[in-house]
Design a protein around this ligand. Structure first.
Ligand SMILES: Nc1ncnc2c1ncn2[C@@H]1O[C@H](COP(=O)(O)OP(=O)(O)OP(=O)(O)O)[C@@H](O)[C@H]1O
Length: 249
């Protein structure tokens, strides 16, 4: 399978402080959801910032679709096919859902392409179609997160980086958001996911990577990580792995 994004032996950090990432490597294959888990402060969000060009690595390489894009800023990374949905809520409350989604396509010049992408995201996220003319601020937190997903897909990225998409959502909205993450993958966008709710994220992901001390400590098929009692104890709240339905793809 082709790698949509590959981070190779990344060292990265902030200012003059010691590096947060110390030789981190991760690869997201097409058609997959890869989930990063690890303790608070392990550097999960930092991985996404490096992947989207918000933070330049001190060393290491970044490949998007096999092309070396190391050192490029966020605009170039977006053009290369990497979209980043940031932690927290980033919809413009006073604008309509339509205006919010169309902002994601502001780099597109061809009106027919914009129209095609709008139809695509409306079909993928029914709430976006239903509330197209509503003020985004009137939508629930989970619905707003879907508007953010729709906005990120306007440029038809190869991979979308999702930073804690369930943050602040109740369990029902969290389930809907994770269902939509699966739909994004099934519609052709690879996903690199960071989640506080590690157990729930691993139930959704194809592959899991456990970060520790700035690098990937363990990686493997998500069901395998979920079933590992030691990982459960360390990173998944210590509860035994619950039986799960057959793999979700
Ligand atoms: N803008 C910043 N400036 C300086 N240090 C930062 C900055 N952002 C993050 N850090 C530091 O980098 C380290 C890793 O932070 P990061 O947010 O990547 O971790 P995380 O694994 O995503 O944590 P959490 O689960 O708490 O969100 C932390 O020690 C944090 O304090």
């Amino acid at each position: 399978m082709a790698s949509e994004i590959e981070l190779v032996d990344i060292q990265a950090g902030y200012g003059r402080a010691a590096p947060v990432l110390r030789g981190l490597s991760v690869s997201v294959e097409s058609g997959t959801i890869v989930c990063l888990v690890g303790p608070n402060g392990a550097g999960k969000s930092t991985v996404l910032k490096v992947a989207s060009g918000l933070l330049k690595p001190r060393s290491g390489r970044i490949l998007v679709g096999g092309v070396d894009v190391t050192g490029q800023g966020p605009q170039r990374m977006l053009a290369a096919g990497v979209a980043h949905v940031l932690q927290g809520h980033s919809v413009f409350q006073e604008m309509t859902v339509a205006e919010n989604v169309l902002l994601g396509g502001y780099t597109l010049r061809d009106k027919s392409v914009i129209g095609e992408r709008v139809e695509f995201v409306k079909e993928l996220f029914p709430v976006v179609a239903e509330r197209w003319r509503s003020l985004a601020g009137l939508l629930s937190g989970g619905q707003q997160k879907q508007v953010e997903f729709a906005r990120s897909l306007m440029v038809n990225p190869k991979v979308v980086l999702l930073d804690e998409p369930s943050m602040g959502l109740d369990p029902k909205a969290t389930s809907t958001v994770f269902e939509q993450v699966v739909r994004m993958r099934d519609a052709g966008t690879a996903v690199l996911l960071v989640e506080q709710n590690a157990r729930r994220a691993l139930e959704t992901a194809d592959l899991g990577c456990v970060l520790d001390l700035g690098r990937v400590h363990i990686s493997g098929p998500a069901p395998q990580l979920l079933a590992d009692p030691q990982l459960g104890e360390l990173y998944l709240g210590g509860r035994p792995a619950e039986p799960r339905p057959p793999a979700n793809r």
